[in-house]
Design a binder for this molecule. Structure first.
Ligand code: SF4
Ligand code: SF4
Length: 347
């Protein structure tokens, strides 16, 4: 495709005022390819007009690779800290600045705030927000955001803390039930919305259509992960085209939702804790974690204990009753265990 004439539209990232391309760059997959390929991928995105690059301290070398690829170029960068205390969050900012080769980071997000307890820790005295506030006062970061999987916690976060200027959340053709709740609340408060996993972490058969669906929704930007220049070109082709869905495409999206919806874990955590200590979250999401981040990362997160602990599942279905999507959790656990047996390096 000739991209020379096509320009990616931009939208304002809420009250940050940053103008970002509707298609951003998700920085998870570049940690799994060679450095040469990672840099070529990031540069191709920049050449084709992508201005918003998202990464995280947790994505191993992703920050360093983006920093190296785009040193001296103009772009907007967002990264994240998993720390929950002020000292840890501030130290992460310093590390990110070094990795990204920047004097200031445009957006620094508190990563993966998935329940109200976590939110309380972040906001409490000595919590992560305090560290980010300090970095903001010192102009090391320009804006503060939050990321997570649970809409109620994110709604609460933006309602009680005006310092969060953006929200990043999974949002795609299957995980679409935040439009009237979280997205509406963000819109009322002029908070920028960043859609992660627009192609369901690689689960959707028609990725370009899934990206198109997402760009057509009330979000600021969608950030599919990209691992090669070819993937960048495919995603940019969607972003520079007509993003209105045709009736046929709407129908195809509905089909995708019907096929996958009853099987995909939204990582909301409502099913937990299991009375028998089964780590449902890790067991149900390992396939995506391995695909996006590699088996080593899955092991670091405690995959082997989770797999061993799956033996304790009594198939009582208490978790099914708590899952808002009525997922057949014991069956999905069995399927996941069968898959893990085939993964080299996983016991
Ligand atoms: S079905 Fe298994 S995983 Fe779910 S609550 Fe019961 S024991 Fe736990
Ligand atoms: S199984 Fe259901 S309740 Fe549990 S994390 Fe997944 S979507 Fe949420």
């Amino acid at each position: 495709m000739d991209h020379s004439q096509a320009i990616l539209p931009t939208r304002s990232l809420g009250k940050t005022g940053l103008m970002v391309t509707i298609l951003g760059f998700g920085g998870i997959p570049i940690q799994l390819v060679s450095e040469e390929q990672a840099i070529a991928t990031v540069r191709r995105a920049h050449e084709l007009g992508v201005t918003f690059f998202d990464t995280a301290r947790a994505y191993t070398n992703s920050e360093e690779r983006i920093g190296k690829a785009l040193e001296g170029r103009k772009y907007i960068v967002a990264t994240k800290t998993g720390a929950r205390d002020a000292e840890g969050a501030y130290a992460d900012v310093l590390r990110s600045l070094e990795n990204l080769r920047r004097e200031q980071i445009d957006l620094y997000q508190v990563h993966g705030v998935n329940d109200d307890g976590e939110l309380e820790r972040v906001l409490s005295a000595g919590g992560a927000l305090e560290g980010l506030r300090r970095a903001h006062q010192e102009k090391k970061i320009a804006h503060i955001g939050i990321t997570g999987h649970r809409r109620e916690t994110l709604i609460k976060a933006v309602q009680i803390c005006a310092e969060f200027e953006t929200v990043q959340v999974p949002f795609n053709v299957v995980e679409d039930d935040i439009i009237d709740t979280l997205l509406a609340e963000c819109s009322r408060r002029n908070i920028g919305t960043i859609a992660m996993k627009p192609v369901g972490g690689g689960n959707f058969s028609n990725a370009p259509l899934a990206v198109k669906w997402c760009l057509n929704q009330p979000i600021t930007t969608a950030i599919p992960g990209m691992a090669s220049p070819t993937e960048v070109e495919e995603d940019v082709a969607v972003g520079v085209g007509d993003i209105q869905l045709t009736p046929v495409e709407r129908e195809q999206c509905e089909q995708m939702k019907e096929e996958l919806g009853p099987r995909i874990c939204r990582r909301c955590g409502y099913c937990q804790p299991c009375p028998n200590g089964v780590n449902i979250f890790l067991l149900l999401n390992g396939t995506g974690i391995i695909r996006r981040m590699g088996v080593e990362r899955y092991r670091e997160w405690g995959a082997e204990q989770a797999i061993a602990g799956a033996e304790n599942c009594q198939e009582c279905e208490i978790c099914v009753g708590k899952c808002p999507y009525n997922l057949p959790i014991p069956e999905l656990i069995r399927e996941a265990l069968a898959y893990y047996k085939t993964v080299p390096g996983l016991k």
